[in-house]
Design a protein around this ligand. Structure first.
Ligand code: MN
Length: 227
């Protein structure tokens, strides 16, 4: 091969990579750059195990046959199987959760910043819903549905959603999520239970209520039902 040909190939490869280059989606809340690799905790996602040391257990998790503990003020428990529990999920863009509900238990309004959720009701019934992002000159829209055993519902990535058991019996659901680490932001916990707390002046104006209402909300214990 001539030199000219190789140069042409190199230029074509460079152009191709520029045209197709894009950043991968974030796999965690943030990834602050550092100069010293010895101080690194994450690559975007996790470091990879040497393939020669990988075995079947790296792709295995057991225990989702057992109900989560729903004895909490919400009456619900989310048991996640994501890259933290199942290392083999790293870079694969998928994870799973079991959600248990006591009678009338609630999985409160929350979002997954990095994942769409597809929910299957295995046993019992749920009132579910999600709210769209802001629409100019309109109210945010609520899409809601009552689900029974065998029903499937999808909650699009990033949108606020909830699930409430409307039965006097326990409800069991499973959710697939389109991220190895979808993340969960429980709205009440994030807004009223952050540490340090958001200035009451901000929340008083944001929610258009008296300061004593915000003080009351900020003094509550905001239970996290994600285990
Ligand atoms: Mn969810």
């Amino acid at each position: 091969m001539g030199k000219q040909f190789l140069v042409t190939i190199a230029i074509l490869a460079l152009v191709y990579s520029l045209v197709n280059a894009s950043d991968p989606s974030p796999l965690q809340d943030f990834c602050v750059a550092i100069d010293e690799p010895k101080d690194a905790l994450f690559v975007n996602g996790k470091f990879c195990k040497n393939p020669n040391l990988v075995n079947a257990d790296d792709f295995f998790f057991t225990g989702l046959d057992k109900p989560g503990n729903t004895s909490n003020p919400l009456g619900s428990a989310v048991t996640a199987v994501n890259v933290i529990q199942l290392k083999g999920l790293n870079t694969l863009g998928i994870s799973l959760a079991r959600i248990d509900f006591a009678p009338y238990g609630l999985n409160p309004p929350h979002t997954h910043p990095r994942g769409t959720e597809v929910l299957l009701v295995l046993e019992g019934s749920l009132l579910v819903g999600f709210v769209t992002s802001n629409i100019p000159n309109q109210k945010n829209r609520l899409f809601t549905k009552t689900l029974y055993a065998g029903d499937v519902f999808v909650f699009p990535e990033g949108l606020i959603h909830f699930q409430q058991n409307i039965a006097e019996t326990n409800t069991i659901a499973f959710a697939g999520l389109s991220s190895q680490n979808p993340g969960t932001i429980t709205i009440a916990n994030a807004v009223f239970g952050s540490d340090p707390e958001i200035s009451p002046d901000v929340l008083t104006k944001a929610f258009q209520v008296e300061k004593n209402v915000i003080d009351y909300l900020q003094s509550q214990f905001w239970w996290d039902n994600n285990y």
